[in-house]
Design a protein around this ligand. Sequence first.
Ligand code: CA
Length: 675
Amino acid sequence: MKFRNIVMSAATTAMLLGGTAATAYGQNTFDMQFAGYPAYNGTDLGLAVDSKGTSFKLWSPQAERVRVNLYDDGRTGKPFKTIDMSLDNSTGVWSCSVPGQLYGKFYTFQIFQHGKWHDETPGIWAKAVGVNGRRAAIIDFKKTTPENWENDKGPEVRHFTDVVLYEMHHRDMSLHPSSGIANKGKFLALTEPGTTSPQGEKTGIDHLKELGVTHVHILPSYDYNSVDEANLPANQYNWGYDPQNYNVPEGSYSTNPSDPYARVREMKQMVKALHDAGIGVVMDVVYNHTAENDGSNLELTAPGYYYRHREDGSWSDASGCGNETASDREQMANFIVNSVKYWAEEYHIDGFRFDLMAIHDTETMDRVARELKQLRPGIFIYGEGWTAGDSPLEPERRALKENVAKMNGIAVFSDDIRDAVKGHYSDAADRGFASGKPGSEETVKIGIVGATAHPQVNYKKGNNSKFPYAQSPEMIVNYVSCHDDLTLTDKLLKSMPEATEAERLAVAKLAQTIVFTSQGTPFMFAGEEVFRDKKGVHNSYKSPDSVNAIDWNQKARYRDQFDYYKNLIALRKAHPAFRMTSAEQIAKHLKFDKINSDRQPNLISYSLTDHANGDEWKEIKVVFNGADHAQTVSIKKGDWAVIARDGKIDPAGIGQSDGGNIEVAPRSALIMARR
Ligand code: CA
């Protein structure tokens, strides 16, 4: 993500691996003071309501006093009661209880430390809140479950390479009038069947089913700070990378942010509707920083503890957003682990995408994966294997993509394939393999083999990473674009200004064909299947809906593009050869053809051989031509079915070929198969 105009991405990786001379890594004397605090791994922090009454717990080992304020209203008025809490020294947990089930009431915690009462906070374990998340709400979760919720579950996932990810923002997906969706910008948007564009094309959840993706990856949907929930008609937009309450859904995506039940119930309805459609739900989680520094819930409950600092006590800032959390401290690790488990259990979430994951330590991420997979082995965890600035955390402990082997069951984004295929993210005019710039062939190959070791790939020639960092393709997420940076459509417009739209559409198809046939998990940004743009805005995190919303009129206009994406996904899902599960399999069954890149630049050709991964096809030939002219490849004689050629694709075949010398059109993929 990007926030406050901080540019962050892979370019920082190399610097971060080596670090900078100015940073002394490891615990500094300021942060050392937090080392000895007792931690508490119970899941009853915050609030518990049972037949005996209502009890409150807050972890705050340094506080001198802690109290709970009880309110009738989620936003205004004075407390009707204030209760002093008592400390258990062995755990650092303060607690108190009151008789009765206080459903419908609200509460805040307040600590006394360093000679003053700090501001009120709902704590870090609030599971329901009033409008704008300033007070925690006491609700009966039994009243938030949709019908048949007890039988709800996401799609079965055997291998993460079987997953097809679709990254979307709630407002982008439904806000445009052409969506035909009633609950625009809401969780409920994805619960509406039968919606169409003015031209009669499917939108919303029916569109997702038609496209064939297996999982939607929703941009931050926990309660974030920037949008004023009390003023929804203002139609404020934000991506949501400014966390406020980690364990509560965002209020502006509900139909009534003042009703603490609404956001909880409606998010579950969304999950249920997607699950009923056979689609899993991945949440984008941003534990690496908070929207506020002094005013955050983490800071107000345990000042200093949850963040990393510099030697002088100032805030360290590897997020580029003003602070960075300290997953290497036990109670922060407990918080992250228990928070994702909570979402997986209470909301049936099927996966988590960790923002700026390298701010977290590998040990904590390993624990996240271990504990989530104990709940359900198919939960998919992946993240950005980089930071946005330097950190006191030692580079070897960071959950960097280059350290992915230190974690079990975590995948990382491949910025290698991203930048090689379309051009560098930070230079709008830069082109890549698919848009005709020579020199990235080897890096595209790194993407094709899922960053695993392969005898025919020379990692020293890689643009970004210089070694095979993935031990398995299940550790890699391949993509060419996401919410960050220019959409693929905009990138191609800026980097190929002289090209016709037809040529740019062809490049887009080629770029995604590379992603969707590569080993690893494919990921796409919502709307690119209808050639969605963001009007040239790369960091649209708070741009208006007029920039961000997907115009669904484009689905009819670019129906050919949509059909290509749909068939490309269908091809991948029907053929396990594109979804191998081990580096050994890839090394054995994926064979590149010898091509002299000096004489034939922007040309890659390879075979998936011997019924790779149990495929019904004996051999699949995949050829990418990113040049602006046709190139000829020699294909062995045989009885081939043509699957993709000249911008057309169909898993059932679009023609026959005997092999031999075959001309591959400019900016296009050729896929052939034989039994
Ligand atoms: Ca909010």
